[in-house]
Design a protein around this ligand. Structure first.
Ligand code: GLY
Ligand code: MN
Ligand code: MN
Length: 453
């Protein structure tokens, strides 16, 4: 069966293994204990899910260069299922998942050496699953013991990650549909939180609004711990929703996204707790929004991933000079501010990352096969770096500039403790990019109108 996206992806892996007559092994993630005998909510391994669409723990895929794919999974077991729910089981798995055969995962150590003996190389994700390399070694050792009776062990071990990472970097149609939905759900949750916001609430109460919206819409939950930051807490980049009170006159920064069918949304909005931006808040907000717009303009096929960052940095640096957060006397013009990295006092993170099954998704950022270039190192010197990845349609990146102003004698007091980030998710299209997360307003007037309504 090759009509599911998962089967099509497995077929691509098989084709890549043909030259080396390889076998690819991909386990899913283990269940993990939270405390006592209570588990964390189960989350499958992203590579495994990408290739199988199978959410149960204790499962493996073995994909041969021949195109044959075998699944190892939990056998049905009424005594366990009464506690933990139904298992797909060995009989139903081939038709449900389009694999050629399904085996009881308890037979892995018995069957894997036999399967490996039919292949010249073995591929698995290096450095991702604890104990996996040792387990493969054990199977190979078992085979080598039988060499005198004619068995042959694969002679080469390869890391499967670069192949899968490259595949996942450019999203297929099925993935794009899921990411659109993750973006919609995430945006609706931000709308709900903005509408619920009023002075006197606590950060955790807005987090509760987000969780409600995620689950109500059928998402698994948050794709990463939700950041809800009242006032000065916004200057802590990864401030988890805590118990701080939301106060009139201050901003609230929310960085939160839903995970839908494995795919992450990742949105940040910053809005006034009482529904009206003050003058200094609006000035800084307009600057971050202009920086985001500049970065969006650089998010198109043929541009390098880093171009969006430098476009945002240029706008922010000029604005920091214009608003007096950086003094021209001390720091010079915009080129000097960029060269010396003086802007990093207020903008210390990157402008975006790949997004997909992981919120910071897989995929190389640096393209190693292109000549190196020089860039500022942030300390007044220069470093030689490979150029950044060239964007192509189907890639998804976040675009998330920000400004974070801590109290300092060098900065006008009216800007103190303001932290602003604006983040949207962009699908690179043939013409430029499509923002998947604009179901929540970003323009200050529209945010105020939403909060009034
Ligand atoms: N929410 C994590 C990030 O924006 O990178
Ligand atoms: Mn992000
Ligand atoms: Mn984010």
């Amino acid at each position: 069966m090759t009509d599911s996206p998962h089967a099509a992806r497995r077929a691509r892996v098989a084709r890549a293994l043909q030259a080396g007559r390889g076998l690819a092994l991909v386990p899913t993630a283990p269940e993990t204990l939270r405390n006592g005998d209570a588990h964390h909510p189960y989350r499958f391994d992203s590579h495994f899910w990408y290739l199988s669409g199978f959410a149960e723990p204790e499962a493996w895929l073995a994909i041969s260069h021949t195109g044959r794919c075998e699944l190892f999974c939990r056998a049905q077991d009424p005594a366990h299922e009464i506690w933990d729910g139904a298992r797909l089981g060995l009989q139903a798995a081939p038709a449900a998942l389009g694999v050629d055969a399904a085996h009881d995962v308890r037979t892995l150590d018995e069957l894997l050496p036999k399967l490996l003996a039919e292949h010249d190389s073995v591929w698995f994700p290096f450095g991702l699953h604890e104990g996996l390399a040792a387990r493969v070694e054990g199977w190979l050792a078992k085979l080598r013991q039988r060499e005198r009776s004619g068995a042959r062990a694969p002679a080469a071990l390869h890391d499967l990650r670069p192949l899968l990472d490259e595949m996942r970097l450019v999203k297929d149609e099925a993935e794009i549909a899921l990411m659109r939905r993750a973006g919609e759900i995430s945006a609706a949750a931000h709308v709900r939180a903005m509408q619920a916001c009023r002075p006197g609430l606590r950060e955790y109460q807005l987090e509760a609004e987000l969780l409600h919206a995620f689950r109500w819409a059928g998402a698994a939950g948050p794709a990463y711990p939700s950041i809800v930051a009242a006032g000065a807490n916004a200057c802590v980049l990864h401030h988890p929703a805590g118990d701080a009170e939301l106060r009139a006159g201050e901003l609230c920064l929310i960085d939160a996204g839903a995970e839908f069918q494995g795919y992450a949304g990742d949105i940040t909005r910053t809005f006034p707790v009482d529904g009206r931006f003050s003058a200094p808040q609006r000035e800084l907000y307009a600057l971050v929004l202009a920086a985001q717009q500049a970065a969006i303009g650089q998010t198109r096929p043929g541009a390098r991933k880093i171009d969006a960052h430098w476009a945002a940095v240029r706008v922010l640096s000029q604005g920091l000079l214009d608003l007096g957060l950086l003094s021209a006397e001390r720091h010079g013009g915009v080129d000097d501010v960029i060269e010396s990295a003086a802007y990093r006092a207020f903008y210390m993170h990157g402008t975006g990352h790949w997004l997909g099954l992981d919120v910071h998704d897989v995929g190389e950022v640096l393209q190693r096969d292109e000549p190196a270039v020089e860039q500022p190192d942030g300390n007044g010197g220069r470093v030689v770096r490979a150029p950044s990845r060239v964007l192509q349609p189907g890639m998804v990146v976040t675009i998330e500039p920000g400004l974070y102003v801590r109290p300092s004698a060098e900065v006008p007091e009216r800007f103190w403790n303001i932290g602003i980030r604006i983040e949207d998710d962009a699908l690179v299209t043939p013409a430029g990019c499509e923002l998947l997360t604009r179901g929540v307003p970003v323009a200050p007037d529209e945010i105020e109108a939403l909060m009034r309504g």
